[in-house]
Design a protein around this ligand. Structure first.
Ligand code: ADP
Ligand code: MG
Length: 719
């Protein structure tokens, strides 16, 4: 087997994504590697596939216990032998795992880095035939990154202690040059092959909004995207409580997460979210690390975060599955103040200038008029997108330019008359004509610019000031109490040599929902129910059964048998065996209800019975007769289904076939007596060609099977 066969056979994916093949190939050739791929880029496969192909075992170091458990559960669902070691194991359990590992029971062993802190633990590792050490979230090794983990520093030592040096591969989504060098040095990578993917996430739509009421805007957005899963990040715990409370009051199934909640409540809420019981999570930035939920369709920032690094990481939790997702930032000038406060109180005696600089970068992003995606890419040192991206608030929306040259001149002139010594709050107050003690004391009420913008709201004035700063028309200098200064560009504007225009951001148009897609939405919802049921039984998260992308592909392809099911992306052989039938059943019954390939239902039925695991000796041709025998012995439908390892629907279809063949069968059992007349009338009215109109003419509780039996009866006996 080679890497591609494994991708197809185990994971059910057709082809590799950018970088995966290169990284896997180098690992297999025995070269150390470092892979920097964006979130959702598919880093896990880059070490999981080599793990399956290499002899011995692969150790995976991963920072969070929850993350490890998810990964191991996901692997087990694929039928791959994996186990984890973390602090939750007792000493005996731990020895057992090591013992099994020695005997080759696992291909992958996940280890929490904290376990590496004791030498005795590391010594135990020596017993294992380790061929590859994969370090996930490798930026944790560096103090320059954002999630420094001291225990990551022990990884190099562990590797050194192993009898034979394994291949070492490191992966992360975020690495500046400095962090990358730390990874290479501190993990002791030997002449590593490097693959640095683009930071771009083409499936994410970026937008900055400046709504009058953030909450109303959010509520409207959530109503429009009903049923979708999303995260709402707020700057403070208080805002989280407030927003979540208001959403709940409005009937939105949201849950919350922040450090002020007890551990029990936190993990409970997290679970609600992961299992899609509460599809919306309102949280502080304490939430998200290690959350691999692939179907997050939107991330709304209710407040502007403190820097682009945090923003992109948090927003990047949307659309891990590669499907379209939205990242919306709700900006207000108050957010700048909040962040200043947070920085100022972030630590005593620390130089905060770097943080202020990063905050300014974030404010620039919020005020940019250009392509937002390009702004992100250039911030991270990558190339902007030529001619814009076509998928962000700036590139996509109808926007109107409003000339604000006069307003800009008033602001600049006022700033100058106040000797360029004050911040935007006081300048705004003077422009607005506020009657405060401070203004009177400083005699700013005597300035010709006092009250010159009294018709504008304070918010508008501040918004224009932020915009002028972002465009370089004004400068903000000083850290703790930044003050406004004029720039060269200011003088050009004051002299009338340069005009200033602001874009008014309009809300994007509503997409038109076509009948076709809403039909499919039915099927999608039904498949989701099937998945939720299985997930509950197996006690794993729904996406570990199949991600949304897979269910959507099913909605496209209508896989009505195993062969077709294997063509669906994300369906590998193992999962096909485990879950295929349940999904096939749901799809086939959906097709039948909607008259999709109605004339082929007969052959579809045969295909299902072929696809179902059968214990039959006589072959599928007479399978319905075996069902009939059991029926005659007095078993009901669900008992037969269990006995024969068939789906209840197949059993019903078998019996229907028997009935059609004229075998003796009490159809009364299948045609509910209270509705018999109504059904007959509906058939008279709608004819016998199509099922759906008949079904629609009857009360909901009358099943398709009942109608089919009635049709048979009609054919044989008349009504
Ligand atoms: P990362 O760790 O880089 O953020 P993951 O390894 O969690 O990303 O992968 C994100 C999602 O993409 C997972 O659902 C994974 O199964 C899927 N995926 C990975 N590689 C491929 C591929 N080649 N084709 C289709 N889907 C893939
Ligand atoms: Mg990952």
């Amino acid at each position: 087997m080679n890497a591609l066969t494994i991708l197809q056979k185990y994971y059910g994916y057709r082809s590799f994504r950018t970088g995966q093949q290169e990284l896997i190939d180098h690992i297999l050739q025995g070269t150390d590697t470092i892979g920097i791929l964006p979130t959702g880029g598919g880093k896990s496969l880059c070490y999981q596939i080599p793990a399956l192909l290499l002899e011995g075992i692969t150790l995976v170091i991963s920072p969070l216990i929850s993350l490890m458990k998810d990964q191991v559960d996901t692997l087990k669902e694929y039928g791959i032998q994996a186990e984890l070691i973390n602090s939750s194991l007792s000493h005996t359990e731990f020895r057992e795992v090591i013992q099994n590992a020695k005997q080759g029971a696992y291909k992958l062993l996940y280890i929490a880095p904290e376990r590496l802190e004791t030498d005795s633990f590391i010594e135990l590792m020596e017993l294992l035939p380790v061929s590859l050490v994969a370090v996930d979230e490798a930026h944790c090794v560096s103090q320059w990154g954002h999630d420094f983990r001291p225990s990551y520093r022990r990884i190099a030592k562990m590797i050194q202690l192993l009898p034979k040096r394994p291949i070492v591969a490191a992966f992360t989504a975020t690495a500046t040059e400095m962090v990358k060098e730390d990874i290479i040095n501190l993990l002791n990578l030997k002449k590593p092959f490097e693959f640095i993917g683009s930071f771009d996430r083409p499936n994410l739509y970026f937008e900055v909004r400046k709504p009058k009421s953030k909450f109303e805007d959010l509520k409207t957005y959530i109503t429009e995207s009903a049923g979708q899963s999303g995260i709402i990040y707020c700057a403070t715990r208080k805002t989280v409580d407030e927003v979540c409370g208001k959403l709940n009051a409005a009937g939105v199934p949201a849950t919350k997460y922040h450090a002020g909640l007890g551990e029990g409540e936190r993990s409970e809420n997290q679970e609600e979210f992961l299992y899609d019981r509460a599809p919306i999570m309102v949280a502080t930035n304490a939430f998200g690390m290690g959350i691999d939920k692939p179907n997050v369709r939107f991330v709304v920032h209710y407040n502007m975060p403190k820097n682009m690094e945090s923003y992109y990481q948090e927003a990047g939790r949307a659309g891990r599955d590669g499907e379209e997702a939205k990242c919306i930032l709700l900006f207000s000038t108050q957010d700048i103040m909040t962040n200043r406060f947070l920085i100022e109180n972030g630590g005593f005696g620390i130089d905060h200038s770097a943080e202020y600089q990063k905050l300014n970068g974030m404010v620039d992003y919020c005020n940019t008029e250009g392509c937002l995606r390009s702004a992100i890419l250039t911030y991270f040192g990558q190339e902007a997108i030529d001619g814009g991206c076509d998928n962000c608030g700036s590139c996509n929306n109808e926007t109107e330019q409003t000339d604000i040259t006069i307003e800009a001149q008033k602001i600049m002139s006022c700033t100058k008359r106040m000797n360029e010594q004050f911040g935007s709050t006081l300048v705004t107050d003077v422009l607005k004509g506020a009657n405060t003690q401070k203004i009177r004391d400083m005699r700013f009420n005597l300035l010709p610019t006092y009250g010159i913008m009294k018709d504008y709201s304070k918010e508008t004035i501040k918004e224009i000031i932020s915009f002028l700063i972002a465009g370089g028309y004004l400068a903000l200098v000083g850290d703790q109490y930044p003050i406004l200064r004029l720039t060269l560009k200011s003088y050009e504007v004051l002299k009338g040599q340069q005009k200033v225009a602001i874009r008014r951001i309009l809300t994007p148009e509503q997409p038109v929902v076509h009948a076709e897609t809403s039909i499919k939405q039915d099927l999608f919802n039904r498949l989701r129910q099937v998945r939720a049921q299985i997930a509950k039984e197996h006690q794993v998260q729904p996406f570990m059964i199949f991600p949304d992308t897979t269910l959507k592909d099913m909605c496209k392809k209508y896989p009505s048998n195993k062969e077709k099911m294997l063509q669906v992306t994300g369906v590998g052989e193992h999962k096909l065996e485990k879950y295929g039938d349940l999904f096939i059943e749901a799809i086939v019954s959906y097709m039948s209800e909607n008259n999709i390939l109605e004339q082929d239902i007969e052959s579809l039925e045969q295909e299902i019975s072929k696809a179902s695991k059968q214990t039959t000796k006589t072959g599928s041709k007479d399978s319905h007769k075996q069902t009939y025998t059991l029926y005659k012995e007095g078993m009901n439908i669900s008992e037969i289904a269990k006995e024969r390892n068939l789906t209840p629907m197949t059993v019903e279809n078998h019996l229907l076939k028997c009935f059609e063949e004229g075998l003796d069968l009490d159809y009364g059992e299948f045609i509910p007596a209270p509705y018999e007349e109504q059904i007959a009338a509906a058939i008279e009215k709608c004819g016998t060609e199509l099922l759906k109109p008949i079904k629609e003419a009857l009360p909901e509780e009358v099943s398709y099977t009942a109608i089919k039996f009635a049709l048979c009866k009609y054919k044989y006996n008349g009504l």
